[in-house]
Design a protein around this ligand. Structure first.
Ligand code: COI
Length: 350
């Protein structure tokens, strides 16, 4: 691939950022990576200042929602080396999502060379404060025009980044959802399609009105099986066993999810990847065997759930001194930030 053409911003915004008080994904770095698909092929990636994009009202993204994304993080260690975490998993999943939404697959070199060049240009935007990182958001959306309901003939791959702190602050209470569904067999639940998240907002708003923070998604067919927690995968701990559902058409193959499974197994924690029901969770809660419930995803890493609601009744999770959630979060973030050894070979030096 040719060297990536870079146009630098006239005046950096970096000095305006308070790195000690970062929210999540609301301050954006100086540059972005763009690459267009036109005339049947992907062109050359380019780095330009972070700026507005101009699209025709007839661009198909607005009409038929051909849009996918990824979530990744870059970390800087104390030697100022930048690390990514299992980026090849994000690349593979981006193209799995692309295929499902009839978007042309992206060449590996555009993804990796583009990302590395962008992280170099915006190196000073990668936070070094504990608990913070540079959240990376690769997206692909349809720029090709037409009202005909068929795949567009033009797309843009774009990577924007945001120095970010924690995704959630405080305790997370969730409502087990029995009416609305996040995904269905044969659908796009396994893909990171923007529309999957849009479809969650309304049921989540209803849960927030009832005093909860998030929705626990159950299967669309019976609403008996617990599948995901908000925009994250879900884990429960019954006695000492860690349980999470198997990936499927309906469940996202989360990078954090699969890493937690591997770390827990290596730690000797009994892990079961199997379907589990709402009744199993309620019964375990009633007889004191339900020790933990947590969400897992790139943005929040591990987000402990403090209580859940089901059919007008609330159930509290115990406050543990030594939780799997805290232990696994510490282990995965220590690997991500190059504080601990990386026995799995997951870190990727930029
Ligand atoms: C992530 O965890 O990175 C995600 O993609 C979820 C997103 C909605 C914040």
């Amino acid at each position: 691939m040719d060297p990536i053409k870079t146009t630098k911003i006239a005046q950096s915004k970096l000095s305006k950022v308070d790195f000690n008080n970062l929210g999540f994904g609301n301050v954006f770095s100086d540059h972005m990576l763009v690459c267009d698909f036109k005339n049947g092929g992907w062109g050359q990636p380019e780095i330009i200042p972070f700026q507005e994009i101009s699209l025709m009202p007839s661009a198909k993204i607005f009409h038929y929602g051909q849009s996918i994304f990824e979530g990744m993080k870059a970390y800087k260690d104390e030697d100022a080396t930048t690390w990514l975490f299992r980026p090849e998993e994000n690349f593979k999943r981006l193209n799995k999502s692309a295929k499902r939404l009839a978007i042309p697959e992206l060449p590996e070199s555009v993804f990796f060379e583009g990302l590395k060049a962008l992280l170099k240009v915006d190196n000073d935007w990668i936070p070094t404060t504990a608990g913070s990182s540079l959240y990376i958001r690769p997206i692909i959306f349809a720029t090709g025009e037409g009202f005909h309901a068929s795949p567009a003939d033009g797309y843009r791959f774009l990577v924007a980044t945001a120095p970010s702190g924690p995704y959630f602050s405080g305790k997370v209470s969730v409502l087990i959802e029995e009416k609305y569904s996040r995904s269905a067999n044969g659908g796009v639940g396994f893909a990171k399609a923007g529309g999957n998240y849009a479809g969650q907002f309304y049921p989540t708003q209803l849960a927030i009105e009832k005093g909860y923070n998030q929705v626990i998604w159950t299967d669309d067919n019976t609403h008996e099986y617990i599948e995901e927690a908000g925009a994250m995968n879900i884990f429960i701990r019954i006695n000492d066993t860690l349980i999470t559902g198997p990936t499927s058409d309906r469940i996202l193959d989360g990078v954090t999810r699969k890493s937690i499974i591997e770390i827990a197994k290596a730690e000797g924690i009994p892990v079961e990847v199997r379907k589990f029901t709402v009744s199993e969770v309620i019964n375990a809660s009633k007889n004191g065997q339900l020790k933990e419930m947590f969400g897992a995803g790139t943005a929040a890493v591990i987000s402990p759930i403090s209580s859940f609601g089901f059919r007008e009744q609330d159930y509290d999770l115990p406050e543990l001194e030594t939780s799997y959630a805290a232990r696994l979060k510490d282990q995965i973030t220590s690997i991500q930030t190059n504080i601990a050894p990386d026995p799995f070979g997951w870190r990727y030096k930029v």
